[in-house]
Design a protein around this ligand. Structure first.
Ligand code: MOS
Length: 717
């Protein structure tokens, strides 16, 4: 039996996805299904004074119009039952519970009708009048920023961390860089919109609902409605991309559930593309100052990194923006501070490497600025400040192949051909620029349970309530199971996305392979042990008559279970994924158009279970990084507290024509301490470092340092 670990297996769910057999949240069709549509607030702050729903109620096919006037009080039990992915302070939006308006785009009515078109039409007939709060905070003003709460501080997102005497060291440093950087509000833009189908059968509630964490959605809705979690089942076998947007349970899930209970029919509520800018979260705008002090040798002597993020007025979403800057480089004097601006907007949420990616983004641009000031090669500067351990936590790395990443990436890219002077390289009539950045992403893991069941026909079903939003959990978990059991892949079926399965934590934070993988391995090892005991000898699962063995033992099936994680506390080591990203850009000197001609990323993500899927994840990260560097930006209108480009035509993301040569390398690596599979998780690591490498390459091509992303043509002319 060949090993499946490390094999480039194609997606086991690939056929179902490309033939349309895969069923997404909005595609289930319980009998009697009816359709919902939202009416939303057109003001950013204030009170509803009147709601005119008569026209909507009279419209064809309409069954129900729900507003705060007839929705009834929902229990909203204990906000203490906050999930790990929820904001640490504040109170979730209690939708349709009163007349208060906290942000533009807030749902104010739900219309249920026999068809989607009827519901959408009738929702457009709902008219509202408001008492507008003229002191609404719709302008991002860093001067208004406040320190984070105690709860956030406890999670390491405190207002300030300090080592040594950074301000004195900065002032004394012979070479200094001190700049401000802005990264705009961004939206996830998953292909599949968020959708929930709610179906009550007596006291039992089934939700088919887009989710990266079905167990959490079950618990969250049970608390909102004050019902036992055991009465709720959340099912979501396929997710069409989510990028963090489906970690939380958003208000539309509550609305679908409420509407279904009132209508006495199953209800589908699918958000429109525009509603996705308001009814779920987003990556918050962040303004940062980075000040670096160094000796003439390039040795860092001081790092000051201050970040101001944004949150809503009703919840505190605090990001780990300064986690990565606190550990990337060796430096004796370091200070970080993190503050928040409360605004009349919907609450932000994790998006593609929340915090980590944006803190790293500006750090790596600042490092490039320092290299230029020192007249030192940017890669050499990073090598001279290599962190031999996690100095912040004073822990050794569990594994660290960053030097190998630098070397392999530079070699593959041809970094040595870079001439230092900006604008000194050409690609035909275009300016060529080469830039690089370090990538670093924390690699935690969560406690996960899994089961492995031998069925009478010899199939082994492995189950865990995790998710697969695209990275390939179905496939990699199948590989781990088949490998552990010593059976062909086709004998294993992996099931996920159902809260009735053995509990898992969020499919996020680049944790799934490192968390679910070992649990699957443990469950399959347990199944092997049980079979060996039944047979009274070690069993070869490919040659043994397993159905016969079951029959002989008088069993219909044989079930085993396993669990894994979390890491030991207090931690003995610090675990991160590492990488080095190199970018070549071509810039039209007359038009300012930037083409990312080539990206090379070299990564240390521990053992790679499936190099084909791992490469695919990094390609996705690179495409996301092109968007972050050059395109992605929600244009915010501070007069109304709304996004001006709340659609996929005006909110730009990279398309095929924007994507050229992408090259992904994995350096040999095994994580010996964190889990028995030797993996560190990949995912968000693939986005880390891409945008700053591109930004640095644009500077090298043009001599223009753009510190407010995205780098659009107007900023280069
Ligand atoms: Mo990711 S932002 O943890 O889904």
């Amino acid at each position: 039996m060949t090993s499946f670990i490390g094999a480039p297996i194609g997606r086991v769910d690939g056929r179902a996805k490309v033939t349309g057999a895969a069923t997404y949240a909005a595609e289930f069709r319980p009998p009697g299904l009816v359709y919902a549509a939202l009416a939303t607030s057109s003001i950013a702050a204030g009170q509803l004074t009147a709601l005119h729903t008569a026209a909507a109620e009279r419209a064809p096919g309409v069954l129900l119009v729900l507003t705060h006037l007839n929705a009834g009080k929902l229990p909203y039990q204990s906000p203490a039952a906050r999930a790990a992915v929820d904001p640490v302070a504040g109170e979730q939006l209690r939708v349709l519970q009163d007349a208060r308006i906290f942000f533009s785009g807030q749902p104010i009515a739900v219309v249920v009708a026999e068809t989607q078109a009827q519901a959408t039409y009738a929702a457009a007939l709902v008219r509202a009048t408001y008492a507008v709060d003229t002191s609404a905070r719709t302008q991002f003003d860093p001067a208004q920023a406040r320190p984070t709460s105690l709860a956030a501080a406890k999670r390491g997102r405190g207002p300030e961390t300090r080592q040594g005497d950074p301000d004195t060291a900065l002032a004394a440093a012979p070479v200094q860089v001190d700049q401000r950087y802005v990264q705009p509000r961004m939206h996830h833009q998953a292909m599949e919109p968020h959708a929930t189908i709610a179906h009550w059968q007596g006291e039992q509630l089934t939700l088919w609902s887009k989710s990266q964490w079905v167990g959490n959605e079950r618990d969250a809705i049970a608390l909102v409605f004050g019902i036992p979690a055991a009465n709720v089942r959340v099912i979501n076998p396929y997710v069409g991309g989510a990028f963090g947007s489906a970690l939380r349970t958003w208000p539309h899930v509550t609305l679908a559930t409420l509407a279904a209970r009132r209508a006495g029919r199953p209800v589908l509520l699918e958000l429109t593309r525009e509603q996705l800018f308001y009814s779920i979260g987003f990556r918050p705008r962040t303004e940062q100052r980075v000040a670096l002090g160094a000796e003439a040798t390039g040795q860092l002597t001081a790092i000051v990194h201050e970040a101001v993020g944004q949150t809503s007025t009703y919840e505190e979403f605090a990001e780990a923006t300064l986690d990565v800057p606190a550990v990337t480089y060796a430096c004796p004097n370091r200070r970080t501070s993190y503050r928040l601006v409360d605004m009349h907007t919907n609450t932000p949420c994790p998006m593609r490497g929340p915090g980590h990616v944006t803190g790293l983004l500006v750090q790596e641009i600042a490092m490039d600025e320092l290299a230029a000031a020192l007249q030192l090669d940017p890669l050499e500067l990073r090598l001279r400040n290599f962190a031999e351990r996690d100095f912040r936590k004073d822990l050794p790395w569990s594994s660290n192949q960053l030097r190998a990443c630098y070397q392999a990436g530079a070699e593959r890219f041809g970094w040595q051909r870079r001439t230092p002077t900006p604008g000194s390289m050409r690609a035909g009539s275009l300016r060529m620029g080469l830039g690089m950045a370090t990538a670093l992403n924390p690699a935690p893991r969560y406690p996960i349970q899994a089961s492995a069941t031998l069925l009478p026909d010899g199939t082994i079903v492995v189950r865990s309530a995790t998710s697969d939003m695209g990275p390939g959990t179905y496939t990699s978990a199948t590989q781990v199971a088949a490998d552990t059991l010593g059976v062909p892949l086709g004998r294993v079926r992996f099931e996920l996305g159902d809260s009735a399965l053995p509990p898992a934590k969020e499919h996020g934070g680049s944790t799934t392979m490192a968390s679910v993988g070992p649990a699957v391995q443990a469950a399959c090892q347990d199944l092997r042990r049980q079979l060996d005991m039944l047979a009274g000898r070690p069993v070869d699962l490919t040659t043994t008559d397993l159905p016969g063995l079951l029959r002989h033992a008088g069993l219909l099936q044989l079930q085993a279970s396993g669990s894994a994680g979390p890491n030991a506390t207090p931690p003995t080591h610090s675990t991160y994924g590492f990488g080095a990203v190199f970018a070549e850009v071509h810039v039209d000197p007359d038009l300012g158009i930037v083409r990312v001609a080539r990206l090379v990323g070299a990564y240390d993500a521990g053992r790679i279970i499936n190099p084909r899927l791992a490469r695919s994840q990094c390609l996705g990260g690179m495409v996301g990084g092109i968007g972050m560097a050059l395109m992605e930006e929600a244009t915010w209108d501070p007069r109304f507290g709304r996004v001006l480009n709340a659609n996929l035509a005006d909110y730009h993301v990279p398309v095929n024509a924007d994507v050229h040569e992408l090259d992904v390398l994995f350096v040999p690596s095994e994580e010996p301490l964190m889990n028995p599979l030797g993996v560190k998780g990949l995912a968000e690591l693939g986005l880390c470092g891409v945008a700053p490498a591109i930004a640095n390459a644009v500077w090298h091509a043009t001599g223009k340092r753009v510190r407010e992303l995205p780098i659009t043509v107007d900023k280069l002319l």
